[in-house]
Structures are given as structure tokens and as C-alpha cells.
Design a protein around this ligand. Structure first.
Ligand code: SAH
Length: 384
């Protein structure tokens, strides 16, 4: 216990109490805080600002398991942090489901006991793979049994958007994840898999549970920590939205941002409203206008995702409607045959229907890829 508790006068006591309350403004855990936050912390501890850089490096780059392991710090400083009850706040790996295709689905427990899912998808196939990312055009060194891996990250506990073909929707939304809980999913998997970017090629897709654009601030803070702290380039990140339209131009204005994917899923308002009730709030016109105005970078393409539901939105006529919608936008379309699940009242189309749909897009000059389902046997695939 520090000396200030042993002080005398009432005034002094009040001043000390205020100081203690001030300390509580340094939130616990440390994970999720940025360099500026750490700078505030070391200032309070009357330490030079390079200590903040050391802490930032230890937590995000080395991913030490506890404050005691911040080896660049003198012992007394580590002790001081521990005395204040500050901890890193790693999520707990609660369970792990291994798929036959190499995909691993993790259940991570937050400090309040809520759990989220994070999926590890190893091995690229050198092109458009099943993971939703599009970093397949880079040369890849042959290493271990995978040359790159993609982590599918959750942004909320549950989801409020209520898409009719999605299992997460059935949970409703419990709460937003903090920036620390979003970054924590990535760090926990990197530790578990013993890999380290940028040496190891890691892609991130924000396509797990939840709608990232309904948790925009925390999601963006996490992106910054992942780029600046963990060392994953923004060009290897993709965020997918169900169509929270005002956040599309917001993302476009961000100096550091992932690539954008939009869950289109239907080519007209009548059908889209039926499948995605969010379409009542922001219709296709608004969505496509926002997509058209999105400031793409050199060689960047927008992605439209389209979940194919047998006999519902997968006709050749529907494909022609998609062509009309996206014509003129520098975009590609990722086709995802429905991953079925309990309580989902739709069926997966045949391979023939999927290929037919793709053919219409490709013939019209729109790049269209079929996303290979990953980890279907462990309910790790999209929407599960
Ligand atoms: N909320 C965001 C990100 C999560 S969903 C969004 O909606 O984009 C990620 C992708 O999986 C979305 O394109 C979504 O349409 C798709 N998806 C949801 N349920 C699915 C299912 N059962 N089968 C296949 N894809 C599904």
C-alpha cells in the first residue's frame, strides 16, 4: 500500500481520494488501449514516455501473457502495475473445434463470461479461397503446411440485424465487444497458433458474429491496434456489413481502414427486405449509391457478398438483376451457397444453379467467385 494512505489532514485525504479515483479512470484491462492511453498511464506513474512504447510493444507485438513479463520494464514498474490491479485481460480459450478441412473454431470467453466465436482458416489456395479475403494474388513463401491463414473475427456478442438465413441472428444482440475484446480474439489465436505477423501472412476478415458497423468506434479502434500494434497491414483486412449505409462513407474517410465487403444477398428491394429486414431502413438504392461513391484506392475493389438460397434468390433472372445493380462499380461478387443450420428455412442450391448464376455475372464482365465453405462440419462456416 502506498504512503499516501498514511497521510494526515482531511484536505490531504480528499486530495488523495481524488487521486485514487483518477487512477480508476485508467481502465482495466490494458488490452484495447492505445499508445496515447499508455502514455497517460506512464505519465501518472511519473515515468518517461518511452515506457509507454515498451508496454505497447510487449502487449501487441510480443503478446506477453502477463504484465510481469514486460521484460523491458524494471521490476518495480511491473510491480506497481500489478499492485494497481491492472492486467492485460486476455480472453480465455474456452473450447476448440477442429474441422476436417483444417479450419478451427474457437469459443472465447470475455471477462463477463459472454462467449464469442473466432475462426482460424489456414492454407490459401493461391486465389479466391473460401475465407472471404482476397489477398491471394501475392507471391507466397512455402512454409509449414499453410502459406497464409485467415482469422474471422467477431464484433458483437450475437447480432441485431436479423437476416433470415443467418444462425447468429437467432441469438439477438447481447452487447458490443470492446476494442480490447476484438483485438484479443486475434492475439489469442496468434498465440495459440504460434504465429506472428508480419513474418507470417495473416488476413483478417471482420465477418464473424455481429455487425461491425453497429459497433463502429470499437471496431475502428481495434483496426488501429491491429495495424499499428500487432503489425497486420490494413490491406489484409476486410470488413463486411449487412448495409448500415451511413457508415460506408464514414469508413471511406478513414485514413487507415480495411477493405469493404457488402452483403448484397438479393437483387431487388422486395426480396432483400424479406431476407434482410435492415433493407427497410436503408434500401438497395441507398446502399448501391453509397457503394458507388466509396473512395476505392489504387487497385482496390469492393466486394459484394451474395448468399445463394435455393429457388429464392438464385435464378438466372436474379443474376441478371445483380449485373444491372453493380454495373460500373469496380467490384467483384463472392457467391456463397447457403450454409444450412437448425431453424434456417432455406435450402442450399445445387452446384449447377450456383455455376449458372456465376456464369451470368462472369459473361457480363463482373468477376464472380464461389466461396468454398470452410469448417461446415464444425458450424464454423458463414452464418453459423
Ligand atoms: N454482419 C456482417 C458480417 C457477418 S456475416 C454482414 O452481414 O456482412 C458474414 C457473411 O456471411 C455475410 O455476407 C452474410 O450474408 C453471410 N451469411 C450469413 N448467414 C449465412 C449462411 N447461413 N450461409 C452462408 N452465408 C451466410
Amino acid at each position: 500500500m502506498s504512503a499516501r494512505w498514511r497521510s494526515g489532514s482531511r484536505l490531504e485525504l480528499e486530495a488523495n481520494l481524488l487521486q485514487v479515483m483518477g487512477h480508476l479512470t485508467v481502465p482495466n484491462p490494458l488490452l484495447g488501449q492505445d499508445l496515447a492511453d499508455f502514455q497517460g498511464l506512464v505519465e501518472e506513474l511519473q515515468e518517461p514516455s518511452y515506457r509507454a512504447h515498451q508496454l505497447f510493444e510487449s502487449i501487441y507485438r510480443q503478446r506477453v501473457s502477463s504484465v510481469e513479463e514486460v521484460s523491458t520494464w524494471p521490476l518495480r514498474l511491473r510491480q506497481e502495475i500489478a499492485d494497481r490491479g491492472l492486467s492485460i485481460g486476455w480472453p480465455k480459450l474456452e473450447s476448440r473445434f477442429q474441422s476436417a478441412d483444417g479450419t478451427v473454431r474457437y469459443l472465447l470467453a470475455c471477462t463477463d463470461g459472454q462467449t464469442v466465436e473466432t475462426v482460424w482458416m489456414p492454407q490459401g489456395d493461391g486465389g479466391e479461397t473460401g475465407d472471404g479475403s482476397e489477398a491471394g494474388d501475392e507471391a507466397s513463401p512455402a512454409a509449414r503446411n499453410w502459406d497464409r491463414a485467415t482469422i474471422c473475427v467477431s464484433s458483437q456478442v450475437g447480432c441485431a440485424v436479423d437476416c433470415q438465413f443467418c444462425l447468429t441472428a437467432q441469438l439477438g444482440v447481447k452487447r458490443n465487444l470492446t476494442a480490447g475484446e476484438i483485438v484479443g480474439q486475434v492475439c489469442a489465436l496468434l498465440r495459440e497458433q504460434r504465429v506472428s505477423p508480419p513474418e507470417d501472412r495473416i488476413n483478417l476478415v471482420f465477418m464473424g458474429m455481429g455487425e461491425p458497423f453497429l459497433n463502429y468506434e470499437n471496431f475502428m479502434k481495434a483496426v488501429h491496434l491491429l495495424v499499428e500494434g500487432v503489425g497486420i497491414p490494413e490491406s489484409r483486412m476486410t470488413v463486411s456489413t449487412a448495409g448500415i449505409v451511413p457508415r460506408i462513407p464514414d469508413l471511406g474517410r478513414e485514413p487507415v481502414r480495411p477493405k469493404l465487403a457488402i452483403s448484397l444477398n438479393a437483387p431487388n428491394d422486395e426480396l432483400r427486405t424479406r431476407l434482410m429486414p435492415i433493407n427497410k431502413k436503408w434500401n438497395l438504392r441507398a446502399l448501391i449509391d453509397a457503394a458507388r461513391s466509396f473512395p476505392l484506392r489504387t487497385r482496390e475493389r469492393l466486394t459484394f457478398e451474395y448468399v445463394l438460397l435455393d429457388q429464392v434468390n438464385d435464378s438466372l433472372e436474379n443474376a441478371r438483376e445483380v449485373v444491372e445493380l453493380v454495373r460500373g462499380i469496380r467490384a467483384k461478387v463472392n457467391l456463397i451457397a447457403l450454409n444450412p443450420g437448425p431453424g434456417i428455412a432455406f435450402a442450399t442450391p445445387s452446384q449447377e444453379r450456383v455455376l449458372g448464376f456465376q456464369q451470368v455475372l462472369v459473361s457480363a464482365g463482373i468477376p464472380a467467385y464461389i466461396r468454398r465453405p470452410r469448417g461446415r462440419d464444425i458450424y464454423a462456416a458463414c452464418g453459423n
